[in-house]
Design a protein around this ligand. Structure first.
Ligand SMILES: CC(=O)N[C@H]1[C@@H](OP(=O)(O)OP(=O)(O)OC[C@H]2O[C@@H](n3ccc(=O)[nH]c3=O)[C@H](O)[C@@H]2O)O[C@H](CO)[C@@H](O)[C@@H]1O
Ligand SMILES: C=C(OP(=O)(O)O)C(=O)O
Length: 429
């Protein structure tokens, strides 16, 4: 198990190329299951979660390979799929494996997918995915840790989902994606009410439209889908949007350390809430269509915020922004409303000298002049990123242990940070 060693105190300057979005890549790799033709995805990030998804697709009989000549291109051929089972051994390492359920059921009429279970940040049930598929006529049994789903038989004797009007109890990102992927091959019309609006959803919808799906309203709370018989490959492949959370993480790193960094292949319009808060903190941010420049000097101002569904402040940026508040001037109140256990970085930040009090879903952070390096343990993906940011401003050495969490969702983070002046290295633990 590798760890990161960071010698803090350097300001950051230069350019960073932002990778494709993890949370768009995962559903879009699974969407390739909807067609028997080879699907090309471009701008696929190099992440452990992507490798796990490719492994899962191969387990089902698909071919799923990175292009040897162009590493960010992946071609998936789900023509030869011969099993619709997603086993526990693969699903347990990545919750997003649940995203094969909708596509498998829609194209093959049956699917057996291991229950993903909870994870460090919360219990994360998938009841809304199941409820939506049941509304589309699926018979679903959950037993022995597996979701066993069967589509209803139509008049022609085929197992095919039926369009339905579905209102989820809460806004769910992967729930919306699973139901959208199920609906594109269902018979008739599906309306998804209370749909998530995160940018990864319109990106998935655009990919599906390029494959022949009929979708309207993506990017709003009401998505309307007319099911079609089959989908083809997207004609020129599909290019995954830039990772807004990786982008926000670099913005926070510069806000904390100071410096002048331009992020290339980045979308400011996907990060309005985060950019507003950083601007309030005294950071200067300018942007164009595909770049963002961040300039910071001195201590940022403490900024309070509350996580919520897009377009509000993302829960996936809460830990990184908390790290900025740890060294800010003043006191900030942070409320986490999406996941019940997403403050696990707090105790590790305290080990670095941060002053944080947690009361239920609220953390009060009083900024300190300086953090001091120590050994800390990453507990989940974004917690890892917050510890890296804290390590970059701490005095002395910080060792971040258990960085397999970081590798799940960041594409060579330490190499990108080193290229803009950070003193950071990966060492085998
Ligand atoms: C792969 C991916 O895209 N992951 C993102 C996705 O996760 P994910 O899609 O798992 O998160 P959801 O939007 O589904 O979760 C939102 C809330 O709804 C609850 N819920 C969800 C579904 C359900 O059937 N029942 C239920 O109770 C969850 O426990 C959570 O409290 O959105 C989260 C919220 O923006 C992000 O933090 C994750 O990075
Ligand atoms: C919580 C996250 O991801 P996942 O849903 O894959 O666990 C995340 O990206 O911060």
């Amino acid at each position: 198990m590798d760890k990161l060693i960071i010698r803090g105190g350097r300001t950051l300057s230069g350019e960073v190329l932002i990778s494709g979005a993890k949370n768009a890549a995962l559903p879009e790799l699974c969407a390739a299951l909807l067609s028997a033709e080879p699907v090309t995805l471009n701008n696929v990030p190099r992440l452990q979660d992507v490798s796990t998804t490719l492994k899962l697709l191969r387990h089902m009989g698909a071919t799923a390979e990175r292009d040897a000549a162009q590493e960010d291109r992946v071609v998936i051929n789900a023509g030869p799929v011969n099993t619709t089972v997603a086993p526990y051994e693969l699903v347990k390492t990545m919750r997003a494996s649940i995203l094969v359920l909708g596509p498998l059921l829609a194209r093959f009429g049956s699917a057996t997918v291991s229950l993903p279970g909870g994870c460090a940040i919360g219990s994360r049930p998938v009841d809304q995915h199941i409820k939506g598929l049941q509304a589309m006529g699926a018979e679903i049994v959950v037993e022995h840790g597996y979701i066993q789903a069967l589509a209803p038989m139509n008049a022609a004797g085929q197992r095919r989902l039926r369009g339905a009007r579905i209102t989820t109890d809460m806004v769910t990102v992967t729930g919306t994606e699973n139901l959208l992927m199920a609906a594109v091959l269902a018979e008739g019309e599906t309306i998804l009410e209370n749909a998530a609006q995160e940018p990864e959803i319109p990106d998935l919808a655009e990919m599906l439209i390029a494959m022949g799906a009929k979708i309207e309203g993506h990017g709003t709370h009401r998505i309307r889908v007319q099911g079609v018989e089959r989908l083809h490959a997207p004609v020129n492949g599909h290019r995954i949007i830039p990772d807004r959370i990786e982008t926000g993480t670099f913005l926070c790193a510069v806000a904390a350390t100071g410096g002048d960094v331009t992020l290339r292949s980045a979308r400011a319009d996907h990060l309005d809430a985060v950019i507003d808060k950083l601007t309030e903190a005294g950071v200067t941010i300018t942007s164009g269509d595909d770049w963002i420049r961040v300039q910071a000097s001195g201590r940022p101002k403490a900024i309070s915020f509350r996580t919520s569904e897009y377009p509000a402040f993302p829960t996936d940026m809460q830990a990184q922004f908390m790290a900025v508040n740890c060294v800010a001037e003043g006191t900030a109140k942070i409320s986490e409303t999406i996941f019940e256990n997403r403050f696990m970085h707090v105790n590790e930040l305290i080990r670095l000298g941060a002053k944080i009090d947690v009361d239920g879903h609220t953390a009060v952070v009083t900024g300190v002049q300086r953090l001091s390096g120590a050994t800390v343990m990453a507990t989940d993906l974004r917690a890892s990123a917050s510890l890296v940011i804290a390590g970059l401003v701490a005095d002395g050495d910080t060792a971040v242990d258990r960085i397999y969490h970081l590798d799940r969702g960041y594409d060579r983070m330490e190499a990108k940070l080193r290229a803009i002046g950070a003193d950071i290295e990966r060492v085998p633990a």
